[in-house]
Every structure is written in C-alpha cells, then in structure tokens.
Design a protein around this ligand. Structure first.
Ligand code: NAD
Ligand code: WQD
Length: 349
C-alpha cells in the first residue's frame, strides 16, 4: 500500500463511486473531487456506509485549476484516476462545445495541475466508442480509432493529449482504459447507477420499465447482421470494472509507461438477450417493442480483453445473471435512485 493518496475525479459518479469503494476496501488513501453535475453527495455518504470509512471529498470542478492545485497542496497524491466528464452521446451532438470544453479543457486543466504538483501517474476513463464501427470483433487495442460523435471524439482527443504528454515528459505514466458497457450495481444494493431524467442506456432504462416507471422498452432496430437482428455489446459488471482501475494502478508501479487497455468481458450479448437476462432477475418478462435504429449505433462492440488479462492480471469475473440481479436489487431498494435523498455537499470534508 502506498502511503500517498489516489485522487479520484468524478468519484461521486457511477463508475467512480464503485472504484472509490474498491480503493478504500484495499486500505488505499483516497481523495475524491466532483462538481456533482451528474451525481449526488448522497453517493459519497453511501460509500461511507458500505466501507465504514470517512471519504475525503471536495466539491471541485476540474476546470478550476486553482482549486485543483489547492487539493494537490493539501494532500500527498501519487496518482489520479480521472472519471470526471460528460458522457451522454446524444447530448454531445446537440451541445458539442460544452462537451469539448468540459471534457477536454477540464482534462488539460487537471493535467496542468498535476504537472505543477509533480504528480505524473494517471488512469483515464476512455471508452469503446473510440473504435467507431470496428472492422474486427472481438476488438483489439491495435484497431485504429475513429469516433462517430463529439463525446467519443473527446475521449479520442484526450487519449492523444495524454500520449503526447507521456512522450514529451519521460516520467509520466498513463493507463487509457477503454470501457465497454458497464452494468449492474454494488452487491449491497446501497449504491448503483443514478441516471438523472430519462436514462439513455439500455440497462437503467430496462430497470425503470421493471419498476413501472417507464411503460415499455424501445429496442432500437432488429435488422442488424446479428443472430437475432439486435446490436451486440460487451456488458461488464461495474465492480469488475472498478477493480480494473486498481489493477492499472498496480501495473503503473511495477511497469511504467503509457498503455491502452480494453476493459470488457470478451463476450457479447444482443439487446434481446439482455432483456431476457434481466427479465429472469425480475421474475417475469418485460414489455418491449421494436422501433427504428438509433442513429450512431453500431452492430457489435465486443472487447478482446487479452492485453488487460495478461498485463494487468485482471479479468472480468461476475456473470451476466449476477450483474442483472445486482441491478434489480439496487433498483428495487432505490425506486428513484438517489433523487429523494436530501443533502448538499459540505464545502469541504
Ligand atoms: P457519471 O456521470 O456517473 O460520473 C461522472 C462524474 O463526473 C459525475 O459525478 C459528474 O458530476 C462528474 N463531473 C462531470 N464533469 C465534471 C467537472 N467538470 N468537474 C468535476 N466533476 C465533473 O459517469 P460514469 O458512468 O461513472 O462514467 C465515468 C467516466 O467513464 C466518464 O468519463 C465516462 O465518459 C466514462 N465512460 C463511461 C461509460 C458508461 O457507459 N458509463 C462507458 C465508457 C466510459
Ligand atoms: C446498448 C444497446 C442500443 C437503449 C453507450 C455509449 C458508449 C459508452 C456506453 C460511454 C444498443 C440498445 C439502448 C434503449 C435499446 N458510454 N438500446 N433501447 O450505445 O452501446 O454505449 O454507453 O462511453 O460510448 O455510446 O449503450 O446502453 O445506450 O445501448 O435498444 O432504450 O442497447 O441500441 O444496441 P451503447 P446503450
């Protein structure tokens, strides 16, 4: 265990909060920052309930370099796990400047603050969306990148920025983690994804259909070249994904460098398979209808996770049934996510 802390940006969000739990459960020192634009301070309280540890939290925007520098001054940080960002693909085409500013300018502000504070290890939340419509399935990291939407391009550009920085400054280390489709919730049922408004993604939408909050799932197209005509994705359990970040930090200590890794299971499922898997967890079939394709969707995004398996000594372990059961457990215990929970973030903790 390092005596210095890991700074987690976006640590109140879905994947960040699960990662903070894994860091605390392995006795690592953690400092969390988040501007809470897409999350709630209640997530931090729930991390504390699950881990029985106090979370050091600052409500800070990564665009605010001065505030970042203060955090780096106050705490001895050795690495940053950088989750903070806007992530809705559809929205990114409507307000591209907001996405480029928040995600890219925010990351530059963070990297500058890191450089000025002599912190040169970063784990970055990239995405399978950087592969666009891939020509090889399962997808190896070596495939050329080429996103089809502004959100994806922010991920692609940030990867380039971090790689360029590592090339220029010989002592920087980075893990560019390309997540496939995160799903599920913490097994305690205390923490999970907390979509604000209508969920964009399949599994949270399906969970809201199951509790009667939404009438019916619209399946976006069944005329793709797949066994049942619906798109294939690689759904990875969020706790497995969180553990991938710890593996990346460990690797950085033993074997520095700047490397891309796919974090996925290596197994793809169609939308209809996911509906059936989640229906099994719920105990009855869920209503769905086939509608037009969603613009921008691609046929198949399935990871080849061999590089992460070998170099990070990490492997996705939780099966689909357990992932669906964890989502259902979380959804039934929190019908409105964290929306009903009161509580402003303290200015600092
Ligand atoms: P999330 O929205 O739940 O978490 C992101 C957090 O970042 C939120 O708590 C939000 O308030 C915070 N944030 C946003 N802009 C900020 C800023 N300027 N300063 C400080 N905090 C800010 O999303 P998530 O699903 O946990 O995703 C985490 C990261 O992983 C994101 O970068 C996302 O793009 C990436 N990613 C997510 C998925 C997915 O399907 N969930 C897949 C691939 C990659
Ligand atoms: C999964 C499948 C839809 C909703 C997105 C981002 C990606 C990454 C993960 C951040 C697709 C279908 C969905 C619905 C449906 N995020 N679907 N009805 O699009 O694979 O990936 O989240 O980096 O960048 O693009 O995930 O959950 O939206 O969709 O039929 O109501 O479910 O068409 O085939 P996607 P998703």
């Amino acid at each position: 265990m390092s005596e210095k802390a890991v700074l987690v940006t976006g640590g109140a969000g879905y994947i960040g909060s699960h990662t903070v739990i894994e860091l605390l459960n392995t006795d690592q020192k953690v400092v969390v920052i988040d501007n809470l634009t897409n999350s709630s301070y209640e997530a931090i309280r729930r991390i504390e309930t699950i881990t029985e540890k106090k979370v050091i939290f600052y409500k800070v925007d990564i665009l605010d370099k001065k505030a970042l520098l203060e955090v780096f001054q106050r705490h001895e940080i050795w690495a940053v796990i950088h989750f903070a960002g806007l992530k809705a693909v559809g929205e990114s085409s409507k307000i591209p400047l907001d996405y480029y500013y928040n995600n890219i300018s925010g990351t530059i502000s963070l990297l500058q603050a890191m450089k000025e504070s002599n912190v040169n290890n970063i784990v970055f939340s990239s995405s399978a969306t950087v592969y666009g419509d891939p020509t090889v399935i399962p997808i190896p990291e070596t495939l050329p990148t080429g996103s089809t939407n502004p959100y994806g391009r922010t991920k692609q550009f940030i990867e380039h920025i971090i790689r360029d920085l590592c090339t220029a400054e010989g002592n920087w280390n980075a893990a560019l983690l390309r997540y496939f489709n995160p799903a599920g919730a913490h097994p305690s049922g205390i923490l999970g994804e907390n979509p604000l408004g209508v969920p964009n993604n399949l599994m949270p939408f399906l969970a809201q259909v199951a509790i009667g909050k939404r009438e019916c799932l619209s399946v976006f197209g069944n005329d793709y070249d797949t066994p049942d005509g619906t798109c294939i994705r690689d759904y990875i359990n969020v706790v497995d994904l969180a553990k991938g970040h710890l593996a990346a930090l460990n690797k950085m200590k033993d074997d520095p460098g700047c490397v891309e890794y796919n974090l996925g299971t290596g197994h793809g499922n169609t939308v209809l398979e996911m509906i059936h898997a989640f229906s099994k967890a719920v105990g009855h079939e869920l209503p769905y209808k086939i509608v037009e394709r969603r613009p921008g969707d691609v046929r198949n995004l399935t990871a080849n996770p061999t590089k992460a398996n070998k170099e990070l000594h990490w492997k996705a372990e939780v099966g689909l049934d357990e992932t669906c059961a964890s989502l259902w457990n979380w959804q039934t215990k929190n019908l409105n996510g964290l929306e009903d929970c009161p509580g402003e973030a303290p200015a600092e903790t």
